[in-house]
Design a protein around this ligand. Structure first.
Ligand SMILES: [Zn+2]
Length: 312
């Protein structure tokens, strides 16, 4: 089974690390009342003083949600979410550019992304099952090969400020780094990817870091033989999906998360549901845009809450 290893620091908002031994069920710790943590965007929570209130959205009754995840009053991304890729470092000759562009073009409208429509804002407006792959650009190591969190934001700011991608507040910008690039706050040791938001050109911009897990296959790749034959790209696909659905339902880290500070995808990280065997012997669990992917499950905010690959 997949084992989710949590460091003592690993409680809610980065995608925490795992080692994989096989596919199967994962035992999740019970969602206890003992702590109120807020997301960091990196897959673990941190304590907030005072604890933020759990908010009952209009139209959803006076009782708190019993789905194991709670609304905290912040915005969600509404309408079609735009995805932008910033290919950082050296991606020449790497099929990841095709594999991951197909993912961004195809995930919207899928039964899988429909899970996010179970999330809503304070006006009871639900997330839409729509994602537009709105553009991409490249960055030739402008911040070197060892990126801090601040350097990742600089990569996004540079792409926007130079006009290589538009400034778009209904978007998630993904900084995708080649395997020779490290993220020094804990890529491969504390997380495989993360999402957050920041002020860029005067606007609240949502962005995500996803590194190439060929740098650390045992930590961030579910399998080293993958459906497309590019294990790094296939590993990134699952992490991009995870960060995208968290960024849509918790873009400013103040909307949907549980008492441990875990966002929707955190609650299902490294679980894959029912898989099929591809022609090369690898596992996949969905077909998007005609290509096979192995994507981790997401948390359904309905019927008591559960991990799934599709909704309803
Ligand atoms: Zn996460």
């Amino acid at each position: 089974m997949h084992k989710l290893i949590r460091s003592p620091f690993c409680a809610a908002g980065l995608l925490c690390l795992v080692t994989s031994t096989a596919f199967g069920a994962q035992v999740l710790a019970p969602d206890t009342d003992e702590a109120d943590l807020v997301p960091t965007g990196k897959g673990w929570g941190e304590r907030a003083y005072p604890a933020p209130p759990r908010v009952n959205a209009a139209g959803h009754g006076a009782k708190p949600s019993s789905n194991g995840i709670f609304y905290h009053g912040g915005p969600v991304l509404l309408g079609a979410t735009h995805a932008y890729y910033i290919w950082y470092g050296n991606w020449s000759g790497n099929s990841a550019t095709t594999i991951l562009s197909n993912l961004a073009s195809s995930i919207g409208g899928s039964p899988y992304f429909a899970i996010n429509t179970t999330y809503y804002d304070g006006s009871n407006t639900h997330v839409t099952n729509a994602v537009n792959y709105a553009g991409s650009t490249t960055d030739n190591y402008s911040q070197g090969t060892a990126l801090s969190d601040a350097a990742v934001q600089s990569v996004v700011a540079s792409a926007i400020n130079s006009g290589r991608v538009p400034k778009d507040t209904n978007a998630v910008y993904f900084v995708l780094t080649s395997a020779d690039v490290n993220e020094t706050s804990g890529f491969c040791t504390q997380y495989c990817g993360w999402h957050t938001h920041g002020t860029i050109a005067g606007s609240d911009i949502k962005y995500s870091f996803v590194g190439n897990p060929d740098r650390c296959p045992s930590a961030c790749e579910a399998q080293t033989t993958s459906p497309s034959g590019n294990a790094g790209a296939d590993g990134m696909a699952s992490i991009i999906a995870h960060e995208l659905e968290e960024a849509v339902t918790d873009p400013d880290l103040n909307a949907w998360y549980d008492r441990r500070g875990q966002e929707n995808a955190d609650k299902c990280a490294w679980t894959f549901g029912t898989t099929s065997t591809a022609s090369n012997g690898s596992q996949y669990n969905m077909v998007l845009g005609g290509s096979q992917y192995l994507i981790q499950q997401n948390w359904v905010n309905a019927s008591g809450g559960y991990c799934a690959l599709s909704y309803p």
